[in-house]
Design a protein around this ligand. Structure first.
Ligand SMILES: [Ca+2]
Ligand SMILES: [Ca+2]
Ligand SMILES: [Ca+2]
Ligand SMILES: [Ca+2]
Length: 792
């Protein structure tokens, strides 16, 4: 496609065949039947296997059923009710992947056609950089290159690896596995990820169907979750997709936005670009689009623009403008001057007119409900000084007929400077809170809640993550957020907030909450209980240098150079004569308040811009960004069980070996003042996002001249390598990704009044809805398109 015609957001006319909708029927039927779990035979658990490169730990734990909460009992307030709910939690399997991480949604496809939905997830690696990383691939990924990310399918039955696609350019963080693309009747996956990653992968084999590669693809911009349209634009028998190409990870602070978000119409079958549109405000976009239908003829694509530190808007793009000329293809629904629209919404009717409404959290403090029929605001709810990456979940929490909304937000001046986090539930009709008070958390998470839904309204259970500090009671009313502004280290973004603020350790926990439970509800998972499993493959990332060098003699001299440089920096050799004294003008002294000097330093050192593309490492702490998914329990004839599959990961932070102690101290001091970037009174750093600020601090604290001279003197062959990474690649420590499958069993209990010791399970609670009727069982909903799967 000729790029010259892709001007502004005027869309070229396209011819569309009207009679092509039938082509996918078979595939859709196939998807339906996948969800009907005709469980045939439950094979006995196979033995633990060691997988080449990827799985070191994949244990089958049918035998060791872990009942974490066999008799959780809650106390309904002010009632004499004697029946109570019980949730039994059973660990079905775990699967460990060294050196990997995930921020992706999980999608379910029966890849091996055994009647059990399998688990597909995107992943990244701990060595993903925009620059060449062949040495790291050789060291840690057996030479597979690129070694930045991909997609894996795990057998839903036991967590064992079915296939792995490891050739993605960069981390895969978005997945849509709704339709069959290669004609084998098994729905395939479209990916989205960092660094221009957008592919179609066969779900049966894990092989590549196509990768998006043409003039439009920008290798620094991301792709987000693709959206299936209900039309086949190029008449090849497969409905086509819209996806957003956007984000600018190497944008310098104060730069105008150069990489405006692009809305691309792509042929699903071939990956060819059919049409495109640039967002009208020409801001960056980090948004996964949705389709909103008012009627058969009125169809809109929702597109958000803006970022963490740039304003943006939510637009409705009239879908017919992809086929015919429109004077104004975009309708602006809401605009925020300061921060963007990045978080996927929930589309669900809350005003009972049978048209889905838009429940969307803006990154900047406010959750909006817009009428899908008019795009006018129905209600809004502002959480002062908060931000959120979490999509809401939807369910019938209270007893009326309007679905309710669970929302999670973090409070503080801006990412990652949060002092606390809250989770609460809003009445879908009014936006008013249903909970007496929000569920307080010390740290919070970036993942999104899910819902387990039941036949009767008012019984739905929200499942949500909490990020917490050990030994801190968040339910005490006067819990003080005792952040001391005079303690710079309290703001260290790389540090463990729990350690710094409370001298304690951190953990994450997953809870389920129904209307009749006392918050936080029933505990499903607590990271403190799973440390051994989550660290089980950690050793594998330390390499056998001797063996490696025998296999890769070409890296031997690089290795020797790093050893020499390490020894020198660690003082095992003589003092560096080039190292300036503290009074030296050229020293990289940190002086944020010295404005004159600052300005000059800034321009000089900004020339080299080394930004990582991976996620923030958070000091080697456990992360839970990925939102899991519910899955049909494969227990025979069970109406009271449903499964929950999710991942956690942790990664090491790189401890740079090329910095002197004073440089490290300077960086720590600089990072402790990160709040400055949020204050207009600090023009140098004001408006930077976290990454830009961190990079800026690293740059001004590091004496590049001294470093360069040292390297030229000690190990001159490393001079180019050090521009990419200042840490020794041979000493890299990588973390681990762990996938869990839990089974939730819902039961009814009877108790003597107010005496929990008398409670006994009376029967299974078979009011649980089957998986395919669950209202919000996965990130962005059951079909990954943000539409609530709402029962009428
Ligand atoms: Ca299967
Ligand atoms: Ca297929
Ligand atoms: Ca097509
Ligand atoms: Ca409505």
């Amino acid at each position: 496609m000729n790029t010259a015609i892709m001007e502004s957001y005027e869309l070229e006319e396209m011819v569309v065949a009207e009679d092509v909708q039938g082509a996918l029927l078979n595939n859709e039927q196939k998807e339906e039947s996948d969800y009907k779990l005709a469980v045939r035979h439950r094979k006995p658990g196979r033995r633990l296997r060691l997988y080449f490169c990827c799985i070191l730990f994949s244990s089958l734990l049918f035998a060791t059923i872990l009942v974490l909460f066999s008799s959780y009992i809650f106390h309904p307030s002010n009632t004499k009710t004697q029946s109570k709910e019980n949730v039994e939690i059973e660990l079905i399997w775990t699967s460990g992947f060294p050196k990997l991480l995930t921020e992706t949604a999980f999608r379910l496809v029966d890849c091996n056609s055994d009647g059990i939905l399998d688990v597909i997830l995107g992943y990244g690696t701990g060595v993903d950089t925009l620059a060449d990383n062949q040495l790291l691939c050789d060291l840690y990924f057996d030479g597979i290159s690129p070694c930045n990310g991909g997609v894996k399918a795990l057998d839903g039955r036991n967590g064992q690896l079915l296939w792995s696609y490891n050739k993605s350019n960069h981390e895969v963080f978005a997945l849509n596995c709704q339709r069959d693309i290669d004609g084998d009747h098994i729905p395939d996956c479209l990916t989205g990820g960092r660094g221009g990653t957008f592919e179609a992968i066969s779900s049966k084999t894990g092989s590549l169907i196509w990768t998006f590669d043409n003039d439009i693809r920008n290798a620094t911009m991301n792709f987000y979750t693709p959206l299936y349209l209900e039309k086949d634009f190029d008449n090849d028998g497969v409905n086509d997709v819209i996806t957003v190409h956007g984000g600018d990870p190497i944008r310098k602070p104060h730069d105008v936005v150069r990489l405006a978000g692009e809305v691309l119409l792509i042929s699903t079958k071939t990956g060819k670009l059919l049409n495109m549109s640039i967002v009208p405000d020409r801001m960056e976009s980090y948004y996964s689009p949705q389709l909103l239908k008012r009627s058969g003829k009125e169809e809109y694509i929702l597109i958000g623009t803006g970022g963490e530190t740039h304003g943006g808007a939510l637009y409705a793009l009239d879908l017919k403008c992809f086929r015919e000329y429109c004077a104004t293809p975009y309708t602006e629904i809401i605009r925020d001057r300061f921060k963007g629209v990045m978080t996927p919404p929930v589309l669900v009717d809350v005003n009972d007119d049978k048209i889905e409404d838009i429940i969307i959290p803006l990154y900047n403090s406010t959750l909006f409900a817009f009428d899908g029929k008019t795009f006018k605001q129905l209600w809004k709810r502002t959480f002062l000084s908060s931000e959120t990456y979490s999509s809401p979940a939807v369910g019938y929490f209270n007893d009326d007929d309007t679905p309710d909304i669970m929302i999670h937000y973090q409070t503080g001046p801006g990412y990652p400077l949060y002092y606390s986090a809250q989770t609460t539930i809003l009445d879908g009709l009014t936006g008013k809170t249903i909970l007496d008070k929000p569920i307080e958390q010390t740290i919070g998470v970036q993942s999104s809640p899910l819902t387990v839904s039941f036949k009767q309204r008012g019984h739905d259970m929200f499942i949500y993550w909490m990020g917490e500090c050990d030994g801190i009671d968040n339910n005490v009313d006067d819990r003080k957020i005792d952040y001391d502004k005079n303690t710079p280290s309290a703001l260290l973004s790389h540090a463990d907030m729990c350690k710094l603020r409370y001298q304690t350790t951190s953990f994450t926990a997953l809870h389920g909450l129904t209307q009749s439970m006392k918050p936080p509800g029933v505990l499903i998972y607590n990271s403190n209980h799973h440390v051994a499993i989550e660290r089980s493959t950690a050793q594998s990332s330390s390499i056998d240098i001797k063996r490696f060098l025998q296999q890769h003699p070409e890296h031997a001299s690089t290795y020797r150079s790093w050893v020499r440089l390490d020894n020198y920096m660690e003082g095992k050799q003589t003092e560096d004569p080039n190292r300036p004294s503290a009074s030296d003008e050229t020293s990289g002294e940190f002086a944020l308040n010295d404005e004159n000097k600052e300005n000059t330093d800034f321009r000089v050192i900004r020339k080299r811009h080394k930004r990582h593309v991976g996620p923030h490492d958070n000091g080697g702490l456990q992360r839970t960004i990925s939102t899991g998914t519910l899955a049909p329990s494969f227990e025979l004839n069970s109406k009271s069980t449903i499964d929950l599959i999710f991942a956690t990961y942790w990664i090491h932070s790189d401890t740079s070996t090329l910095l002197h102690a004073d440089e490290r101290a300077c960086i720590e001091e600089g990072m402790a003042k990160e709040e400055d970037r949020l204050k207009p009174t600090n023009p140098i750093v004001y408006g930077m996002d976290h990454d830009a600020y961190e990079h800026y601090i690293e740059e001004i604290c590091t004496n590049k001249t001294r470093l360069r001279e040292t390297i030229l003197k000690i190990s001159p062959d490393l001079i180019d390598q050090v521009q990419t990474s200042m840490s020794n690649p041979f000493k890299k420590q990588l973390g681990q990704l762990t996938v869990y499958r839990f089974r939730l069993r819902f039961q009814n209990m009877k108790c003597e009044r107010n005496d929990s010791s008398t409670c006994q399970v009376t029967n299974e609670n078979d009011n649980l809805l089957p998986y395919k009727q669950q209202i919000w069982p996965a990130y962005m909903g059951i079909n990954g398109d943000c539409h609530a799967n709402n029962r009428i």
